[in-house]
Design a protein around this ligand. Sequence first.
Ligand code: FES
Ligand code: MG
Length: 585
Amino acid sequence: TPCRDRRDGRGLVHMRPEELRSHQWYGTDGLRSFSHRARTRQLGYLPEEHLGKPVIAVLNTWSDINPCHVHLRDRAQAVKRGVWQAGGFPLEFPVSTLSETFQKPTPMLYRNLLAMETEELLRSYPVDGAVLMGGCDKSTPALLMGAASADLPAVFVPAGPMLPGHWRGEVLGSGTDMWKYWDDKRAGLIGDCEMAELESGLARSPGHCMTMGTASTLTAAAEALGVTMPGASSIPAVDSGHDRMAAASGMRIVELVRQGRKLSGILTREAYEDAVTTVVGLGGSTNAVIHLIAMAGRSGVTLTLDDFDRIARTVPVLANLRPGGRHLMEDFHFAGGLPGFLSRITDLLHLDRPTVAHTTLREQLHGALVHDDDVIRPRDRALADEGGVAVLRGNLCPDGAVIKHIAAEPRLLKHTGPAVVFDDYRTMQRTINDPALGITADHVLVLRNSGPKGGPGMPEYGMLPIPDHLLKQGVRDMVRISDARMSGTSYGACVLHIAPESYVGGPLALVRTGDLITLDVEARTLHLDVPEEELRRRGAEWTPPPARYGRGYGALYNEHITQADTGCDFAFLARAGEVPDPYAG
Ligand code: FES
Ligand code: MG
């Protein structure tokens, strides 16, 4: 091969075709390579269309059952267009879809399955780089966890938020307003006719939830990590700009492959810290705590609950977005999107780290502007002086718990009340409106057996419903505690992710109705007012619940899932260790 200058203007080394990973499949003299070339002819491609070019896997989570990703079937064409234009060879891989609205008991049960699928597809096929397409809640962490473990060059294409909802002159946020109007119906303020109209008004286009729920939080985190094109995460799913971003991502991945820039060079400790800063400054979803810890783990970065609490105390909440604030993602996009938001907190970021699009984050944010100070607040008009997530400790949660305190009624942030304990979600649903329980607004609602193993999959049960009779009295928030998660579009004084969970014998398993519980967010504590000796006695009487799954994925999950404070990854996926390349040796 003639010797070429392999450095571009930025001093980056360019790969020769023989150095591509896919060369091992396509370019050797053996029978195998002959067969791979023959089978690519069978796919309908000429040799000159693909030989020597970077092979780009386009991992697509499109499905008919996933309204958040239903546009991605078409959008993949824009990604492929970009790949072709840049001289790459795109191949689309359908991967499993995690549809937050439809999948039971919760798509969280399957996040690690998609992560495994992603990693193993990238490893086992002739792939030089990947474009990852997703956005509905768990899709983003799943794709990035798998890609981080496979450690190829990769670009994430966020699915984009759906358009704002509308109903009788009101602007509706998916998720958030569903909870609100459901409570209104239960309180007798609206009827079936209104609910039927709301059905058509709540979610009116393809795209993920357009509040700062889990989807928007995680796609923003991906952009902050530096794995998307700049400004990508807020572009509405149906905006033409989304096609252009998809094409640009396709062009960019080819360049990244040529430069040999793997994900591990981007997903550094600094990048994860900036993602935490972003999440708390956006007033983002509590789910991001679990996902970012798991994602960081795949990058060999130990991110802890304490990192979240430490960073949250230094970051003001500037994004005025529902459920904590007023606006929706389209407003955020036109206000400047994530680049605009980040431009207001540059002093809190690591600006010298690389992103997929630029040599440094500083360069990426150069010229970023905010166009609407009500949507993205200036620092002196922050929505809250510190970030949206607080980490609690205490005898009820030795390994931690979280609360999104900015989405709670302030009077409840320091509160003592008697517990009303529900052993599982079904019992809670059946009995919570029973007047015999005598629940008052001061009670603390406790739900257990809803954690990673107990749920299973930590369903989003954490925003326990306010009992009907209290709703009718106008009560809209109470202290609620559980080992579950909460939807990113939910709100209220809900203590979540209690670790260890009750199902494995965490102290939450020992609470009894009537015990006093004290929440003190300022002090970051959650305390069960029962003497230690009595807790020991109750612990000795406790027997573990029987295993739920006798076989199958559920049994695998139950055996390997880690607790919330360490990200709910599978231990065998999270740990360090060698995995041979299929062509090595
Ligand atoms: Fe998919 Fe909300 S249901 S993001
Ligand atoms: Mg959600």
